[in-house]
Design a protein around this ligand. Sequence first.
Ligand code: HEC
Length: 560
Amino acid sequence: MKQRPAQVLRPASGRRRLAALAWGWLVGAGALASQPAPAWTTNGDAGTGAQIYLQGQGADGQPLAAERAHGLIARGREAACVQCHRSSGMGGAEGNVAVPPVQGALLAAPGQAPRRQQGRVAPGLQRAQADAERRPAYTLATLQRALTQGLSASGQRLDPLMPRYALNDADVRHLAAYLDTLVLGQAPGVERSTLHLASIDTADTPPEVREATTGLLQRCLTERSPPAPATDAQPPRWVLHRWTLGSDPAQWQAELARLEQAQPVFALLSGTTGPTGRGAWQSIQRHCEQTGLPCILPHTAAVDDRLGTHWSFHFSRGVSLEASAVAQWLADNPPVPGWAAVQQVVQTSSEPARLAAERLTEHLREQGMVTITTELTAEPGGAPPRANLPLALWMDAPALQAYTRHHAPPPGAAPVFVSGELLDLDLGMLPPAWRPRVLMTYPYDPAERHLPRLALNAGPRLAALGLEPASQPALLRLQAHSATVCEMAVNALSRMGGRANREYFLELIESAEDAAIATAYPRFTLGPEQRHGSKGLWLVRWDPAHPQRLQPVSGWITPP
Ligand code: HEC
């Protein structure tokens, strides 16, 4: 696995600039399908080059030293090219300095003027662009001169933000060999005239949920796609395939592999599983990470924050976030003097419920607490609540309804935790005796704020697609979040144009959060290597004085 360095150099304005820059530079650059073969022969070792580029480590295994502006020296990871030129090699911007792309094929060819019909380049970015556009092709010798002396192929002095390195000609050949592996316009699912994408649903997803998710996305992408290109210079059109998997998550990886073999796709957009649309997802995430497939914002609650997430973006950490927030809240608010255990009842047929229980057990163990876990197998069975122990009920709404009808709440005053993710925020089924005892994790803005906002923001987009905003809150959230995924994908895909590259796509999604204006979350932010948009939640409880409203009992909890 590649090491992902921390991004240390990006000032606050960087990403907005990057968006503007990437746009001005790249839109219309569809011609990359015909990317020329590199014009230099490097005889270098791309693996050693990768070490230099990604980790700032020389061929001898020593950290590279780079001289920055004002004689400052950066070393190792901080000096690595990837910090500025990014994993894709597409660069972007640091502050108001443009960072040019450095793919081998682009460096070994004369600089090209972009087509700037969009005209959105910030004024401060003009100079840096001009040289990278007009310079002659680099040779290995002029590349070495650029890296060691800061002179471009045209002899112009490069901006001092581009460090000066002590690299010998062998290092430069390794580096160039690695830069040759950064290729644009060639990736699975990318054809000259069509870029293929897919969105997943499952056999047990009800039709209205599918319509609100994969159906909406397909309409939206079709509506917003560029037209079928008439020439090679125009960007490809986008086609979204709807893939319906079976209802057994254990089969999904194999099913996906078959689907991808029949029709390779560039990325998975969103995705919806199970009866609520927010069910199991971990095997799909594993598939995305193992095969390097971008998987952008599925609706699932089953987010395992222990899994690697370079290729997967999520709206939040889902039930993993709930588990860590409950553990943190218990640590800060001891429910009963001298307590040392939490009872959990888990609906084992639900992947998100299992995951939540597992994560809570781990967090409490770290705090020296024990969990007593029982499985909810035959409804409405399950272990009865024990006296004076905090109780966590990880189950969906029908199971919670059955459980709370069958059992009285636990004797004593300890709290009962239920999952807003699994219940889709619905506490309506609780019998009166349970209501005052229950605390629910609540990952969104309060309903009286987020529902009108979603209807307002997503409404016009839905109308444009011939759809009505759903009256049922959970469905409205699915619609709005699907519209958000569409908006972010359109933003990133338009900026990518013909320069299809999966790493580049991830970088563009990271900077497309501005397009996420219709989510139920109070804040939604992404950034370099940030993969979870919303970072926190509230704990809320039933308020007898305002039965229509849930009352927060905590601040916004953002566990590490
Ligand atoms: C701190 C940020 C930063 C780091 C780290 C960095 N660069 Fe750069 N690089 C830049 C900037 C900014 C420019 C544009 C300078 C200008 O146009 O005046 C640039 C320009 C270049 C150019 C010239 C491109 C052209 O078309 O003329 C090459 C080649 C290059 N960098 C390669 C590298 C390599 C290889 C590394 C790692 C060994 C690296 N850079 C590390 C910021 C950086």
